[in-house]
Design a protein around this ligand. Sequence first.
Ligand SMILES: O=P(O)(O)OC[C@@]1(O)O[C@H](CO)[C@@H](O)[C@@H]1O
Length: 402
Amino acid sequence: MSDTPPEPAPVIVGDEPGSFPHGVLAERHPAIVRQVRKAFPFGPERRKALDALLASCTDGVVEPLPAGADARDRDRWADWGIDAYAGRSWFDVPWLWAESHFYRRLLDAVGYFGTGAWQGVDPFRPAKLAELDAPETDEELAALDGLADLPADERTRALLHGSLWGNRADLGFRLSGSGTGTQDRVQALVADDSDMLWELLPPAGKGTSGRPRTLCLVADNAGRELVPDLLLVAHLLERGSIDRAVLHLKPYPYYVSDATPADLMDALRRLVAAGGAAAAYGERLWSALTDGRVTVRAHPFSCAPLPYADMPDDLREEFTAATVTVLKGDLNYRRLVGDRWWPPTTSFAAATGYFPGPVAALRTLKSDVITGLSPDTEAALVASGEQRWRTSGTHALIQVRR
Ligand SMILES: O=P(O)(O)OC[C@@]1(O)O[C@H](CO)[C@@H](O)[C@@H]1O
């Protein structure tokens, strides 16, 4: 496939009733507001603000940030395009922008950025903790005990797949009640460049230049996705595939279940308390955090409504220095290749050609964006008659550009 930058395809907008993006704006967002309103004993002021957001996100327009907004945040949103979109319907601006801004407004409504009692209270925390405490999490952690007996390469592959399919555990699906939540899903990889990933991350002593090897892991969801992400990082450190890892988390609650530093601490404590092999992984990570081999970033751009092509210079420098940057999940994929109606056979390498170093995407498919399919794979998916292969999380991909 060619690495020449592809002709830009149309940007996805949520203005077409019946489309997936329209459903997110018209159904998922109101469901999230109602759920958050129910989950906390908010007083009249916060309830009024949530009701106003509910009305705005279904029938209203994007509004300028409120007068009380922090000046740095105001400047950021000015850079991120709010002046161009204020006054326009949520359904008429780029879908990526509308969704991202919705979460910023939701945090406003619950007083997250204010100076009152709700300051810093994560409105999604009850759902995140419930997931971390679920019996399924116990089962997944107990299954780690069996991995020790596998040949090294199989164990590595199992942990990669754990991290990949962990991306299905997305609370956004559950809160809207419209997703595929508990249904059986066919596990199918529509692209698998994992060999290329292992060429970038060989075990210690094999084909390495002697330079310290850094993995940037741009995480997605907390709980049952972050736990297997952490296991993978711990394993790669132990295997000597990497010397250090940088975990990129969200600076504030986002897209319901996205992982923040507080969620990392919850996941780590959960691992350490689990006993067995899980605890050993957890303790290894704990000590890697304390001695600086694993570091945590919560860069403002992680919550930006923009593609990674627009990343700021400091982030670009970090990704440039990484042996490989792994981006987890659907939203990061949309931001990596651009939230556009790409023809599915558009080259992934070309769509990510701007990225300043080797990059990998581990994602279950939960929105319309897709690149890097072979013509045969695209034809088979279309012929399968399974209309929702792009959005239902039944399919996944591992794509790598060196
Ligand atoms: O990034 P994630 O957690 O894999 O998925 C985020 C997601 O659920 O949110 C969006 C819809 O709100 C879609 O892009 C995607 O389906």
